[in-house]
Every structure is written in C-alpha cells, then in structure tokens.
Design a protein around this ligand. Structure first.
Ligand code: CAA
Length: 305
C-alpha cells in the first residue's frame, strides 16, 4: 500500500525546476525538504523562491505573511538519506541525464520509506525505465511541471508501464491541491507535451537554417499569428538548447522516425556552447538586468565585402 495522505514532500534538485516545484508545494501547505549536493545551490534556490514570491506579493496574489509561512515550510539538505527519511512523496528534478536519474532512483528506493511515491519531473526519459531500477515500480510516476512552475497551470502526469492506478489518482488529486490542472499520459517517448512541442521548435530551427525567414520573423509569426506567448526560437532558448536537443534525440531514437532528427543548426549551437538563456546566448543574446529581446549577432545579415 502506498500512503495516500501526502504531507511531506522531498524535492531532489534545486535548479530552475526544483526550486519552482518547492515553491508551489510550500505555498500549498506541504512540508518541503529540498535536497541538492551543494549548500550554495540550496541557498541560491531559497533566494530565488523568495524573489519569485515577492512578485506574487507585489501583484497581490500572496500576502507577505503567507510568503513567510511558505518559506518557513522549506528545509534544505545535502544528505539524501536525511532528506527523504520522512517523505510521503519524492519529486526528482535533477539534471536531465539518464545515468544520473537512474542512480538517484536506485538510492531513493533504498533510502525512502517503503510507502513513499517516487516521482520524476523528467521531460523525456522513460518512466518505465526509471521504475525498472527500483523495487517499487508501482509507486514510480512522472510529474512533469512546466517552466516557470509557479505560473504554468499544467502538470503532465505520466504512468509508467506498472504504475498503480491508486498512485496516479493520489498524484492527480495532489496536483489539483497545488492549484494546477493535471493531465494523464502514458509512457511513450516525449509523452504528449514534448512530442508535440519539440517537433515545432525543431521545424522553426530548420526554417531558420534554410533561410525561410529570420529569427524575429519566425518568432513574430508564431506569437502574433498563433497567440503563443513566446515564439519557438525564444522558447527554445528559455528551455535550453541542450535540453531541446536531448529531447529530440529521445524522440528520434525512441520512434526511429527521421522526422524527429534534430536540425544540424541545433546540434552545432549546442556543440559550440550556445545554449540559450542559461549560457547568455542562443537565438537571442541575453544581458543580465535587461528584458530587451536582442537577436544574436550570429543571425544578423553578414556583409562580407
Ligand atoms: N515565479 C512567479 N511568478 C512568475 C515567474 C516565476 N518564476 N515568472 C513569471 N512570473 C509572473 C510574473 O510576475 C507575471 O505576473 P502577472 O501576470 O501577475 O503580472 C507573469 O508571470 C508574467 O510574467 P512577465 O510579465 O515577467 O513576463 P511575460 O508576460 O512575458 O510572461 C512567461 C513570461 C510566463 C514566461 C511567458 O512568456 C510564457 O508563458 N512563456 C511560455 C512558457 C512555456 O511555454 N513554458 C513551457 C516550457 S516547456 C517546459 O517547461 C517543459 C519541458 O519539458 C521542456
């Protein structure tokens, strides 16, 4: 039996997704343990959560008192055993690397209480594969939050091959308690969100590579023509071009269909270290403190004479 009353949630990883996930759980009243291997990463994550809660306070969607109470619900750990010893649910949000994730799940299986549900925020790694390294495949599930977590309403829930229906139901209800809208998908490459999103992003990059249009034109067409909040190239920068590439590789190898092959331009950009917002440059160039969207000089029209 799993514990269908979730009070204590441990989040593994304190990066963008991990701190966003801690933020929404703490705000919804859960006791949160945030675990990372480095204390300075944890301190930075707490500062980020406080800053993002300040935005909500300024907008009037959170009181200063509720912010303080929510922050006080988050404890930080660098030791996994300590972080998960009382957990009813663990949400893993570590770097998107299969070996790393499998290793974390082996450890979680050994360290977390037997009744604890183990969820992964993976954007494309098979939940069935992750579950296969544990002795509790029925309690392993995908809980795919979207960035920025406090803003985006969706939680894509992914059932592994052996996930128990009661576990899915517990996670579904809990996502609703977080104020999110859960949608359940089965475990096939890319699930639903990224199976649809990444081919669009890849096609935008191929269009740029072919010279169909420039960066601004491609993004403006999708923003103003399809009411997307960000164009696909800006969104690729926001997600991280390395993450986009790895999801496309999962789709490509998982389905064996050439339509998912990552564009050569994307591969080049990742190899050159142009990863988008996190590296300071991708399709756009980012300057700290500036909200202006400046196209990378790499995509400016070149005059050779
Ligand atoms: N925490 C809390 N609040 C935040 C926030 C954060 N991290 N980031 C933004 N906000 C709030 C702002 O305070 C603002 O609040 P109000 O509406 O109350 O004023 C609101 O969100 C909008 O923010 P901004 O005004 O700063 O900027 P914006 O209007 O340009 O919106 C955006 C920014 C929400 C990111 C918007 O551009 C957007 O929705 N982009 C698309 C995001 C998207 O597609 N995410 C999914 C990526 S795919 C993924 O995550 C999964 C994967 O596996 C790859």
């Amino acid at each position: 039996m799993h514990n269908n009353t979730i009070n204590n949630v441990t989040v593994i990883g304190s990066g963008t997704m991990g701190n966003g996930i801690c933020h929404v759980f703490a705000q919804a009243g859960f006791n949160v343990s945030m675990m990372d291997i480095r204390q300075d990463a944890l301190d930075k994550a707490i500062a980020t959560i406080a800053k993002n809660m300040d935005r909500q306070v300024q907008k009037g969607s959170l009181t200063e008192e509720a912010k303080q109470v929510s922050l006080a619900r988050i404890a930080t750990y660098t030791d996994m055993g300590e972080a998960v010893k009382n957990a009813d649910l663990v949400v893993e949000a570590a770097t998107e690397n299969i070996d790393l994730k499998l290793n974390i799940f082996r450890q979680l299986d050994a360290l977390a209480p037997a009744s604890c549900i183990l969820a992964s925020n993976t954007s494309s790694i098979s939940i069935t594969k992750i579950a296969s390294v544990t002795k509790r495949a029925d309690k392993v599930i995908g809980m795919h939050f979207m960035n920025p977590v406090p803003v985006m309403k969706l939680v894509e829930i992914i059932n592994g091959y052996a996930t128990a229906a009661e576990v899915t139901s517990t996670i579904y209800k809990m996502a609703e308690q977080l104020g999110k809208v859960p949608c359940v998908a089965n475990d096939y490459p890319g699930f639903v969100a990224n199976r649809l999103l990444l081919p669009m992003i890849n096609e935008a990059i191929i269009s740029l590579q072919e010279g169909v249009a420039g960066v601004t034109e491609i993004d403006t067409i999708m923003k103003l023509g399809m009411a997307h909040p960000m164009g696909p190239l800006q969104l690729a920068d926001f997600i991280g071009l390395d993450v986009c590439l790895s999801i496309l590789q999962v789709l490509h190898s998982g389905f064996g269909n050439p339509k998912y092959a990552p564009s050569a331009l994307l591969v080049n950009m990742v190899q050159a270290g142009y990863l988008g917002v996190k590296s300071g440059e991708g399709f756009y160039k980012y300057t700290a403190g500036s909200k202006d969207l400046v196209v990378s000089p790499m995509f400016a029209k070149k005059e050779w004479n």
